[in-house]
Design a protein around this ligand. Structure first.
Ligand SMILES: *Cc1c(COP(=O)(O)O)cnc(C)c1O
Length: 361
């Protein structure tokens, strides 16, 4: 489709064109059912297959062990900031958080409503430009869990590997990096991710939770907020976000058909490397993030001049590359290059960056 732009938005963000076209082809009559998935009862046989296949394909893609449940919920990544402590800060009512960006900070702040939260490490004083090092001894041995944000969407940083918590259950917000790299799910008690960054349209959050962390919510926990409600009902206690789950399932199939996460990861590394190596070699652009902590998904950079940054974003838009502005809280530029961003989009951006540098330095 010639009139599509390269959309560098941090989320909602690009979806694979093949998936969009397939969804469009099935929009008014899904596989001969005579109706759209949007119009389908979630209790129908057709829909049960859609949600079952989506879960099965995600399990295959991420190699999710049998003792983990996969839940498709609503409320975004944000609701998990509350659901995690509500369900998991229940034994000693203590949890340790690492604050590596705005989302991690919001998660920690929300958790304070439910118990004793300690921020074990933070890179805030350095504008979240790195991932702080931690050792197992840094965490309280009686903490119910440790919470991290695996990829910091706004600041463009990322955990190269999960921290050693000395056996304390680890919870990770993977909203902006899920499916971009192979992760060993068994190292985590719970992984959550909103769909709209790297999976599907907005409206659905994936929770991957080890079974023994289900069923510990207090008796007065609202029914929707208890993981057990969803685990016991196959994510269909109430009407699920049917259409988003369907599109997510189509994306999972698409990834499986194209070599799985390993192949995607290689492409993601190639895309990010092109941008970082160009930025590092240039004395016009800089990336504020410490080299070993850089995100593959959100590439943050600045010229050092606010006016030039604004000019960059506007000029790129003229050429069909949209949403290159940094988050409203920090400015500058951010190229979100999730799985669905074609390599040609990155090449086109690089070409533009070179020209813009020539014309403005
Ligand atoms: C976008 C984002 C969130 C918030 O997601 P919502 O679905 O808007 O609630 C949380 N964490 C991370 C890492 C994000 O990128």
């Amino acid at each position: 489709m010639a009139d599509r732009v390269y959309n560098f938005s941090a989320g909602p963000s690009m979806l694979p064109l093949e998936v969009l076209e397939d969804v469009a082809a099935n929009l008014t009559n899904y596989e001969g059912s005579g109706m759209s998935v949007m119009e389908m009862s979630h209790r129908s046989k057709e829909y049960q297959k859609i949600i079952d296949d989506a879960e099965a394909n995600l399990r295959t893609l991420m190699n999710i062990p049998d003792n983990y449940k996969v839940l498709f919920l609503q409320g975004g990544g944000t609701l998990q900031f509350s659901m995690v402590p509500l369900n998991m800060m229940t034994k000693n009512k203590k949890a340790d958080y690492i604050v590596t960006g705005s989302w991690a900070k919001k998660a920690a702040k929300e958790a304070e409503k439910f118990g004793d939260v300690r921020v074990v490490a933070s890179s805030e004083e350095d504008t979240f430009s790195y991932i702080p090092e931690t050792k197992a001894e840094d965490f309280r041995p009686d903490a119910d869990y440790v919470h991290i944000c695996y990829n910091n969407t706004i600041y463009g940083s990322h955990y190269a590997q999960a921290p050693d918590t000395g056996g304390i259950p680890l919870v990770a917000d993977m909203s902006s990096c899920i499916l971009s790299e192979e992760v060993d799910v068994s190292k985590f008690a719970l992984i959550y991710a909103g769909a709209q960054k790297n999976i599907a349209p907005a409206g659905m959050t994936i929770v991957i939770i080890r079974e023994d962390f289900i069923g510990n919510a207090p008796a007065d926990c609202p029914v929707y907020l208890d993981y057990k409600t969803h685990a016991d009902n196959g994510s269909m206690y109430n009407t699920p976000p049917c259409f988003t789950i369907y599109v997510a399932g189509e994306v999972f199939k698409n990834i499986l058909a194209n070599g799985g996460i390993k192949a995607l990861h290689e492409k993601d590394v190639r895309k990010a490397e092109k941008l970082y190596s160009f930025i590092d070699a240039s004395d016009f652009y800089t990336c504020p993030v410490r080299e070993k902590d850089r995100s593959l998904m959100n590439v943050v950079f600045v010229t050092g001049n606010d006016e030039l940054d604004k000019k960059f974003v506007a000029a790129a838009k003229e050429e069909g590359m949209t949403n290159l502005n940094g988050h409203r809280s920090i400015g500058g530029m951010r190229a979100s290059i999730y799985n669905a961003m074609p390599e040609e989009g990155v090449d086109k951006l690089l070409d533009f960056m070179k020209r813009f540098e020539e014309e403005n330095k």
